[in-house]
Structure formats: C-alpha cells, structure tokens
Write a protein of this length. Structure first.
Length: 225
C-alpha cells in the first residue's frame, strides 16, 4: 500500500505565529511514526492541478488572511470537487485554519466556520461532548485550560459540522462585542465529514508557542487525530 502523502500549507498574509516551524516538525515526526509523508510549502503558486493531485490531503496550518490568489482558490476547489481531502487544524501545535480566506464562499463551507475574535488569554472550562472521537477520547469530561477562547462568524453546525468540544461560557469573561450567532453550546472543537471530502478541525486551544503548563494530553491528541 502506498504511503499517504499530505501537503502542509502554512502561508500567511497577516499575523504569523512563531509556532509554525515547531508545528511542521511535530507533524513530520508523527508522519515518520505512522508512515505518512508530509511535504511543507508556503508557495501559493504551487496551487495548480498537477501539483495538488499528488496529495491525499491538504493540511492548512496557522494561515492568515488571503493566502491564495484566485487561480489557487480555483485549483483548490477543483481538488476538493475531485474527492481530495482537506484537514483544517485548530489546536497545538497546529492551528489557524479558520482565520484565512474570509471572502471565499467554498472555503467557508469547507472549514465549517470562520474566526471572528477572541477575548484575552483566559482560564476556562472545556466540555467534551463526544467522548468517542479519537482526538477527545483521552480527555476528562470537563477540562480546565488556559488559552484563547475563539468566537466564530457563524454556527458550524449549519454546514454539517459536529461539535465535539464546547467551552463553558460561565467559566470565563468575554466582553465582546459578539455580533454573530455561532450556536449553542459554544463550539471550540469540530469534526466534519462531507463526502467525498474528509474535513477535520481540531480544537481551538493552546495557540501560544512555548506555553507553560501544557497538558500531557495534547501530544496524545495530535497523535491520535
């Protein structure tokens, strides 16, 4: 059986996370362990049919704003329409899929929901809704974390996403302003399957590069996802 090949695409057009090199290294390390080949690029000009078709999946990592031109978006959409797989990542050490391509309708539908804003770094309680998902099965039912609690511009459930983690809004302060309806309970981790495309968004947690007191569950979550 051929080894799956995945493109890590980490181009940025605005804010750039310092964690990108660490994220790429972590994914490549996991790939070596699980027989997955990861290729890394930030070259938007490579988003054309011949290049993309060699990959079993495209993984968007820590992207910001308009990271593709129109020809790249068109090639991306054709890749998905042909049955290609997309992985959007929100969680340590890889994240940022919801904070790019804001004006691209098909990407909005693909990622499930786009980033709106977050209050300052805070302590909060995350509730595990789906305890059977591979990325959450090792977590406690209520999980105390310190991180950025994302708000989204829409309810991801309207695009078929399944909320696997939510944040208990009574456990932290968010002064807003919140102008979009993201549904209830507050989504913070999603999984989505839209045939023939596999879509996954890992939780929007632990964005800080080198954050202190990182839970030992995090590398296990990435490994099992």
């Amino acid at each position: 059986m051929a080894i799956p090949k995945v493109l890590i695409y980490s181009a940025t057009a605005a804010y750039r996370h310092e964690s990108i090199p660490s994220a790429v290294a972590a994914l490549q390390s996991l790939g070596a362990r699980h027989d997955i080949s990861f290729e890394h690029s930030e070259d938007r000009s490579k988003f054309e049919d011949e290049y993309l078709k060699q990959f079993d999946a495209l993984l968007f990592l820590s992207n910001s704003e308009e990271v593709l031109d129109q020809s790249g978006k068109d090639a991306f959409q054709r890749y998905l329409d042909a049955g290609g797989n997309y992985i959007g990542t929100e969680g340590p050490p890889v994240h940022g899929a919801s904070a790019c391509l804001f004006t691209t309708d098909f990407y909005n539908r693909t990622v499930g929901a786009l980033f709106d804003y977050h209050p300052p770094l805070t302590n909060a309680t995350v509730t595990v809704i789906d305890t059977t998902h591979p990325s959450t099965s090792m977590l406690p039912t209520r999980w105390e974390v310190e991180d950025e609690m994302y708000n989204f511009r829409s309810d991801p459930r309207t695009h078929g996403a399944k909320v696997i983690l939510s944040v208990d809004e009574s456990t932290y302060v968010d002064d807003g302003p919140r102008t979009h309806d993201q549904g209830s309970p507050h989504p913070i981790g999603l999984s989505e399957f839209w045939q023939p495309i596999l879509l996954t968004i890992l939780p929007v947690l632990l964005h800080q590069h080198g954050i202190k007191n990182v839970s030992p569950e995090f590398p296990r979550r990435i490994d099992r996802s």
